[in-house]
Design a protein around this ligand. Structure first.
Ligand SMILES: [Zn+2]
Ligand SMILES: [Zn+2]
Length: 405
């Protein structure tokens, strides 16, 4: 009875604060799984019914899935302690650490975050561009410093997240609310569907990658040396910072900050924002996540075109990772970048967008019988926003000139 009351109060507070968006998955109780399972297995169950007894297709006789949330207390208390340590680290960062230590912490945070966004995400998980070996080695090194589990697990989880987005087979299913998709998924036993479907994710390319497999084999020792010891020992040796500050500032505060920014892509960028490209999925465009997450918050676009190296429609707008990849390309270290053309984007927006796109509204004209291609006329200024297009045009000009001269 008391729990019911607490639950109702919390649920009401959540409703008031976050509207229809969940913060915690209290509302569903133990039965939330049934709800999400519908999305994933509705068609399967219907087909099965049809096959068995010629029964009517639909939701009749759907199997009952009972999932009980099992908290893993070791992880839960562990994350609590890590966050308290990180808060203390933030206090030390602001009050007692040396200026060089502050700069060093920011450098390690930045470099390791870029290794996650450019390396683990855009290079390894989605294969959006190709690069030479030392860039790859550098990114694997940086991803180890970020301490977000080994690449192999990171990539498998993320590929699974894209394949089964926001269903029960998604490791950080955002339909279970902000908290679950942010950090809660690391504090409970995995849903059986996550385990089941996870085994079927194609990882053959990673299994053939010597860097990723070396990191997987020696992950614990590599984590201890690169994510923990290296960041705290460098300030101690080179400019006499205390190891105490090194541990709390350069290790804990830095690691947990980058982790939380990464998690925001799974939580906030699936809940708070608009959907100009694909309206029937949860991921959204979130400018704040993009600002602090090095360009990974344009998430409706990213889930619409996961193979686009920009992970956003406009490469340059709050998208530091794209800028870095382009810089690497200028230097000749990166090549074969894949990206969606304006025509592809327009087609997707007009077919499946929510109507909030800056240029291509979903044509209401369509109802009047006009073709979507007619409804959206080409606009020079819009095309100019595509710096990619702009640049390829420039390149063509240069090539022309060179040929003439
Ligand atoms: Zn996502
Ligand atoms: Zn992705």
């Amino acid at each position: 009875m008391r729990y019911r009351l607490i639950y109702t109060l919390l649920a009401t507070a959540q409703e008031l604060l976050f509207g229809k968006k969940l913060f915690f998955d209290w509302q569903f109780g133990d039965n939330w799984a049934l709800k999400s399972m519908d999305i994933l297995d509705r068609d399967l169950a219907a087909a099965e019914n049809d096959r068995k007894d010629g029964g009517s297709p639909g939701t009749k006789d759907q199997p009952e899935y009972v999932y009980r949330r099992q908290i893993v207390w070791f992880n839960t208390i562990g994350f609590l302690v890590l966050h308290l340590g990180a808060l203390y680290g933030m206090y030390l960062f602001l009050t007692s650490s040396m200026v060089l230590t502050m700069l060093w912490t920011m450098l390690v945070a930045g470099a390791s975050a870029f290794s996650v966004t450019m390396g683990a995400h855009r290079l390894y998980t989605h294969r959006t561009f190709k690069c030479n070996d030392w860039v790859k080695a550098l990114l694997v090194f940086g991803q180890t410093v970020a301490g977000q589990n080994c690449l192999y697990v990171w990539i498998r989880d993320h590929r699974q997240h894209h394949k089964y987005s926001d269903t029960v087979a998604d490791p950080h299913n955002a339909s279970r609310g902000f908290f679950f998709s942010h950090i809660g998924w690391l504090m409970v036993r995995k849903h059986p569907e996550v385990i089941e479907k996870g085994k079927k994710i194609d990882m053959t390319d990673i299994e053939m990658d010597p860097y990723a497999m070396f990191q997987k084999k020696y992950y614990k020792i590599l984590f201890t040396i690169l994510a923990m010891l290296m960041p705290m020992v460098v300030p101690f040796v080179f400019w006499g910072e205390t190891l105490w500050n090194g541990f709390f500032v350069c290790f804990l505060f830095r690691l947990m900050t980058v982790l939380n920014l990464t998690w925001l892509v799974n939580s906030a960028a699936h809940l708070y924002g608009n959907k100009p490209f694909t309206n029937d999925i949860m991921p959204v465009e979130n400018v704040y996540v993009s600002m602090f997450g090095l360009g990974e918050g344009w998430h409706n676009y990213h889930h619409s075109f996961p193979w686009d190296y920009r992970a956003a429609e406009f490469g340059q707008y709050f998208n530091l990772t794209t800028m870095l990849i382009d810089f690497f390309e200028e230097m000749g270290w990166v090549w074969d970048k894949k990206y969606a053309t304006p025509a592809m984007v327009r087609s997707r927006v007009t077919k499946r967008g929510d109507g909030t796109h800056c240029k291509y509204a979903r044509p209401q004209l369509k109802e009047a019988g006009a073709e979507s291609s007619e409804a959206v006329e080409d606009d020079e200024t819009y095309e100019e926003l595509f710096w990619l297009e702009e640049r390829s045009a420039k390149t063509a000009e240069l090539v022309d000139e060179a040929q003439k001269g």
